[in-house]
Design a protein around this ligand. Structure first.
Ligand SMILES: NC(=O)c1ccc[n+]([C@@H]2O[C@H](COP(=O)([O-])OP(=O)(O)OC[C@H]3O[C@@H](n4cnc5c(N)ncnc54)[C@H](O)[C@@H]3O)[C@@H](O)[C@H]2O)c1
Length: 367
């Protein structure tokens, strides 16, 4: 593992994005989202993604200067077009719009389509909760790629369709956050595991190219598929996530070269249902009740959703990157004549980069 100071990594990301023609203010949104994901322990949605973004810019699949805009507006709703640009920018635009509308209406929904990758969705629901509102986002891809098979199926027909909810807590307390892919694991975590030398995945995670269950990690990367988490229940959630995000935004009309990541974004003002303090008190009482339950010895302790990410952030003394991720970034930087900052060996800080999921796949063996 490599440990890089946040400011150094941010400078490098901004330089790489700038070199690719990204305006400074847009590059800052993208850099903060990527590094925020790394700091939250989700390296799958951190700077690992940057080389693929730069490739997509070079191939015309991502327009670095594009800015999202509203195509349909009403007091409590809006439809946003991501204009083929960075999904982080379009997601933040949609989130800020929904917050503004919900502050007036008590409840608001915005849909967004025609954007590139939207990053760690939890960062966007947290932004809604930071404004004192309850946030919900679901994501889907117009026109694929379909790397997730439906429950009971043998071929890809879904994306990893993420879902996130964030519930605000009393001032100074981080929100309760649910945030995950509806597939068994995100594709980025399989990439990290593969780069670290993992060869197998647990049963029930992937199908091979013929649609047969497999525990070989490589089978996913050679035409295979992920499965939804939680059998028919995760599958059902994946379908609803897509119908809301892609269906309401008409996001599958952008067939062809450009990517059309889509979002459904909902914000609810708890103050419209009673004093916010009542919800805050209930959240605290619920958290206390959950954490008072004796822990299963194998798990160690009961955590509240969102707590692994808070702990990863609190423990972070810089950004801890897998060696392969850091090597890839340095290679891209060298190719563009940009100096990469020095990284320290982060073997002692490695735990800070793990918030569950596939980073825990052993590098060798049969897990
Ligand atoms: N933008 C996209 O298109 C896209 C697509 C898929 C996934 N993603 C992102 O990928 C990231 C990772 O997804 P994932 O499916 O690997 O997430 P994951 O399986 O690591 O689950 C994370 C969620 O589970 C909670 N959690 C983890 N361990 C817990 C515990 N012991 N007790 C209580 N709660 C716990 C976390 O707080 C978080 O809410 C997410 O941020 C997601 O938004 C984005």
């Amino acid at each position: 593992m490599a440990l890089i100071a946040v400011a150094d990594l941010r400078r490098l990301v901004l330089a790489l994005l700038g070199q690719a023609g990204t305006p400074d203010d847009v590059a800052e949104v993208v850099a903060d989202s990527l590094i925020g994901a790394d700091l939250a322990g989700h390296g799958s949605h951190g700077v690992l993604k940057l080389p693929s973004y730069l490739r997509d810019i070079a191939q015309g699949r991502l327009k670095p200067t594009a800015r999202p805009f509203v195509v349909d507006d009403a007091p409590a709703t809006a439809v946003v077009d991501g204009a083929g640009g960075f999904g982080h920018l379009a997601a933040r635009y949609a989130v800020d719009l929904v917050v503004e509308k919900a502050a007036h209406s008590g409840l608001a929904a915005v849909v967004m389509s025609h954007a590139h990758h939207t990053g760690r969705l939890g960062g966007w629901s947290e932004r809604i909760a930071d404004a004192g509102l309850i946030g919900l986002l679901t994501g889907g891809e117009g026109q694929g790629p379909w790397k997730v098979a439906p429950h009971g199926g043998t071929d890809g027909a879904l994306a990893t369709n993420p879902v996130t909810w964030a519930i605000p807590r009393a001032a100074g307390q981080p929100p309760v956050v649910l945030d995950f892919a509806t597939s068994m694991v995100s594709i980025g975590k399989l990439q990290i595991a593969r780069a670290a030398g993992a060869q197998s995945v647990p049963p029930g995670w992937v199908l091979d190219a013929q649609g047969s269950p497999s525990t070989r990690l490589e089978d996913f990367f050679t035409g295979g598929y992920l499965l939804p988490f939680g059998g028919h229940k995760g599958f059902a959630l994946a379908v609803i996530a897509e119908l809301l995000a892609v269906g309401l935004s008409d996001g599958d009309r952008f067939a062809g070269a450009e990517r059309s990541s889509c979002l459904f974004v909902l914000a609810v003002d708890p103050a419209r249902f009673g004093p916010p303090e009542r919800l805050h008190d209930f959240v605290e009482a619920t958290v206390r009740r959950l954490k008072a339950v004796p822990a299963d010895p194998d798990s160690g302790e009961v955590l509240v959703p969102g707590e692994p990410e808070q702990r990863a952030r609190a423990a972070a003394d810089g950004v801890v990157l897998p060696d392969a991720t850091w090597r890839d970034l340095c290679t891209v930087a060298a190719g563009l004549g940009i100096d990469a900052p020095a990284a320290a060996d982060a073997s002692v800080a490695a735990d800070a980069s793990v918030a569950g999921g596939a980073e825990s796949i052993p590098a060798e063996g049969t897990a």
